[in-house]
Design a protein around this ligand. Sequence first.
Ligand SMILES: [Zn+2]
Length: 76
Amino acid sequence: MAQRTRTPHTATPPARTVTCPGCGADSVYSAANAYRPFCSARCKQVDLGAWASEDFRVPAEAPPADAPHGDPRLQH
Ligand SMILES: [Zn+2]
């Protein structure tokens, strides 16, 4: 009845491309790209800088892992 004909509008490229986290452009994700998943060294540097600054202002909202859960005085 309804026979769908597949129309391959997008041919699979031999090299896998990903979206560059730095600039959003297509980046070749292969061994040839030393900056993968970034497209260039510049984007990688920018992202590393962002992560570094992000790490310095991490909010200390989470309680310490060694803090006892609950009030020990309630445990009789
Ligand atoms: Zn980029």
